[in-house]
Design a protein around this ligand. Structure first.
Ligand SMILES: C[S@@+](CC[C@H](N)C(=O)[O-])C[C@H]1O[C@@H](n2cnc3c(N)ncnc32)[C@H](O)[C@@H]1O
Length: 291
């Protein structure tokens, strides 16, 4: 007989070989199967599963056993306390990226129509969170990948944000020539030969969302360079990067003449976001950006 408690124990035992969060994974997948909250599993441990539910549950467990990330199985991931639709076309949003939101919100006044652009929006988590938290802002978001933009638009509708424009663009190349108060990006920044790419969830994520040339720095360089023509005087550029990229990323910002360059650490104490300010006027931007 397949009762809630016994199938959970059995599934956790099976998943323990391939997942660090085996018991939680089993609970999440049973909740998905039964369309119930986790509290239901606790309240009814001896409840017997209907055969179709049991069959569905063991199929999901097999999926997870093959390594498929939980977010791609459930199709949902939480970010800044909102649920976002997730498919294998987009990166699974990370809690570390909430640091970009925290810093951006400090820089954006709540009552002004500031202009913001999120480069490489993926599922749209950054653009949509900022648009929802700052409804007066005019938010733009780009991605090179059309399939990702489709998911981002679905998420924008899901969260009723109507202050976002999406563009298919190679970073800023196809963005109508506008200036922004804030340019923000979580670009691909993993070196192409990084051994982590063959482990865990990242094996299933789009390579175009993860990897960049020049030891993971090539996209950061392009963004820091081209952002100079799109920042208002006094505007900020914020970029997420790898825990070991603080020094090269700071050097890129400084080489491109950004001021007040700082790196902020994430919740685990790792350098995670570097930001700087563009203090040139429009004419001086042209001169400085040619350097
Ligand atoms: C690390 S993911 C970040 C996704 C999302 N912003 C997040 O934080 O979860 C990087 C994103 O950049 C996009 N991307 C990669 N190269 C790009 C390019 N040249 N121009 C625009 N977007 C690009 C990828 O498709 C991917 O969606």
């Amino acid at each position: 007989m397949q009762r809630i408690k016994s199938v959970l124990n059995e599934a956790a035992r099976i998943l323990a070989a391939s997942s660090d969060s085996a018991a939680l994974d089993a609970e999440v997948l049973l909740c998905l199967t039964l369309d119930k909250e986790r509290s239901y599993l606790r309240a009814w441990p001896d409840k017997e599963l209907q055969p179709e539910h049991a069959a569905r549950f063991w199929t999901l467990i097999q999926e997870r056993q093959k390594g498929t990330p939980i977010a791609y199985i459930t199709g949902i991931r939480e970010f800044w306390s909102r649920d976002f639709l997730i498919t294998p076309d987009v990166l699974i949003p990370r809690p570390d990226t909430e640091l970009l939101i925290e810093l951006s919100l400090k820089l954006i006044p709540a009552d002004k129509p500031v202009k913001i652009i999120d480069l490489g929006t993926g599922s749209g988590v950054i653009a949509i969170t900022l648009a929802a938290e700052r409804p007066h802002a005019q938010v733009s978001a780009t991605d090179l990948c059309l399939a990702a933009l489709r998911i981002a638009r679905l998420n924008a509708n899901k969260h009723d944000t109507n202050n976002i424009q999406f563009y298919q663009s190679n970073w800023l190349a196809n963005v109508p020539h506008a200036k922004f108060n804030l340019i923000i990006s979580n670009p691909p920044y993993i070196a192409e030969d990084d051994s982590h790419l063959t482990q865990g969830d990242v094996r299933f994520e789009p390579q175009g969302a993860l990897c960049a040339g020049e030891q993971g720095l090539s996209d950061i360089k392009i963004i820091a360079d081209t952002a100079r023509n799109h920042l208002e005087t006094g505007g900020h550029l914020l970029i997420e990067h790898g825990y070991d990229q603080q020094h090269p990323v700071q050097a890129i910002f400084k080489d491109f003449h950004y001021d007040n360059v700082q790196t902020v650490t994430d919740l685990s104490g790792q350098p995670r976001v570097t930001y700087g300010q563009w203090n040139y006027s429009a004419e001086a931007t042209l001169v400085a950006s040619k350097k």
